[in-house]
Design a protein around this ligand. Structure first.
Ligand SMILES: Cc1ncc(COP(=O)(O)O)c(C=O)c1O
Length: 411
């Protein structure tokens, strides 16, 4: 038989930054090594942590003989899509009451971005000609740009978002970029807990952004990835999205239930499409259904059942909200403790407590980040962005001393 293989000339793909750092970390045998570059919520015990409520519901489901294996409809579990839409937009949202919201259960928040990108191609392209631009906040998650490109959207650009020198969002530059973006550009916006910086816009800044989106006829594609984990209140975290809907904007929103339910492996996500009018609802819904059938046919069942059970039961809801508050508070405490340790070692670190949620950016050079990995076995993302939940009582002193060393050594 011939040794020819169709795959013999395929080049090895570059891993994404997070995967590369994780593989470096796994190969590192130093006993004090610390991985701060992951996305998952990590509890005080040093592992990704599941809320007791979610564990209990999963166990109950596993032993419930009435729950049979079944395919879900392509658009998902109807109860789930209703609850997910209400969680994002509010139960009394006018858009929901006027029946101009389409919700599709998808494979994680990443699946929501993919389906949204495919839908945009139907909307703008009259087939296949629309290729963007899609504008991503810089720095952004590489996988976002890959998802849009894989969907055939070739023109993916970025707009200014984080300024390392100011250690905050550079709203002025961001507004300039939005003002000059071509009409009908798609603008990807993190609703809350921006990855990897944890820096968000204030309500006043959001009002300005929403105004520009409306006047420049730009389409917002919101990412709602950790609703409830920033302020501890899902309603407060969703404010920018709800405000944009209340101002009459048409928009897409990718919701993820990975962080706020600890359902990383179950792949629970939701794509929201808020339309201007109800007239187009059936057409968009039918296109979404067709696209899902071509992408993954049916969404996964178990995680959506867990989320629906929690969101439909008032007692569960109270317990879940308490759990979210606990996580948000723990992240804030770790920020404060890191700020304090670093302050005692020298410098001003107020920006650490100005951002919220799982991520923050201390602002380091490429050399300082490399020094931390090589000499101190502490793994951070570029610019010194890190997952604060991965700091705990055991590694706090070591992390703070390492950051101080990176800043004060002649590298
Ligand atoms: C901060 C953050 N959270 C979550 C995700 C992925 O969400 P999901 O697990 O719902 O696909 C991403 C996407 O890459 C992300 O950047």
């Amino acid at each position: 038989m011939s040794s020819y293989s169709v795959f013999s000339h395929i080049p090895v793909a570059d891993p994404n930054t997070g995967a590369k750092l994780f593989s470096d970390f796994n190969r590192d045998s130093h006993r004090d090594k610390v991985f701060l570059a992951g996305k998952e919520y990590v509890g005080e015990g040093g592992r990704s942590a599941l809320l007791p409520l979610i564990r209990k519901i999963k166990q109950q489901m596993n032993s419930d003989p009435t729950l049979n294996p079944e395919y879900l409809p392509s658009l998902g579990l109807p109860h789930f899509t209703r609850r997910a839409s209400e969680l994002a937009l509010g139960k009394d949202s006018r858009a929901i009451l006027e029946n101009r919201v389409i919700g599709v259960q998808v494979v994680g928040g990443s699946g929501a971005v993919r389906l949204g990108a495919e839908l945009l191609k139907c909307r703008y392209g009259d087939g296949s000609s629309w290729r963007g631009p899609v504008l991503l906040p810089s720095p952004f998650d590489e996988s976002l740009s890959w998802i849009f490109k894989a969907a055939g959207v070739g023109d993916v650009q970025c707009y200014h978002y984080w300024d390392g020198e100011q250690r905050g969002v550079c709203v002025g530059k961001m507004m300039e970029d939005l003002e000059k973006a071509p009409e009908q550009s798609v603008v990807v916006l993190s609703v809350v807990g921006h990855w990897p910086t944890g820096s968000d816009l204030s309500q006043g800044e959001w009002k300005h952004v929403v105004e520009v989106l409306g006047t420049r006829r730009l389409l917002p594609f919101f990412l709602l990835r950790a609703q409830g984990l920033c302020s501890g209140e899902p309603e407060e975290d969703a404010w920018p999205l709800r405000y944009a809907v209340a101002q009459g904007l048409e928009l897409l929103c990718a919701q993820s239930f990975s962080h706020n339910f600890g359902l990383y492996g179950e792949r629970v996500g939701h794509l929201l499409c808020v339309l201007k009018e109800n007239d187009n609802l059936l057409a968009v819904q039918s296109q979404a259904e067709k696209l899902v059938q071509a992408l993954w046919a049916h969404p996964p069942l178990e995680g959506a059942r867990v989320v629906t059970t929690v969101l439909s039961n008032p007692a569960h809801l109270v317990e879940w909200l308490d759990g979210l508050k606990g996580i948000a508070e723990r992240c804030m405490v770790m920020r404060e403790r890191l700020r304090e340790k670093l302050r005692l070692l020298g410098g001003t670190w107020e920006h650490l407590v100005k951002s919220r949620g799982l991520y923050c950016c201390i602002g380091l050079t490429v050399q300082q980040v490399a020094f931390l990995a090589r000499k101190r076995h502490v793994y951070l993302l570029p610019e010194g962005c890190l997952n604060v939940s991965a700091i705990n009582s055991r590694n706090l002193d070591y992390v703070a001393e390492s950051i101080h060393l990176a800043l004060t050594s002649h590298i």
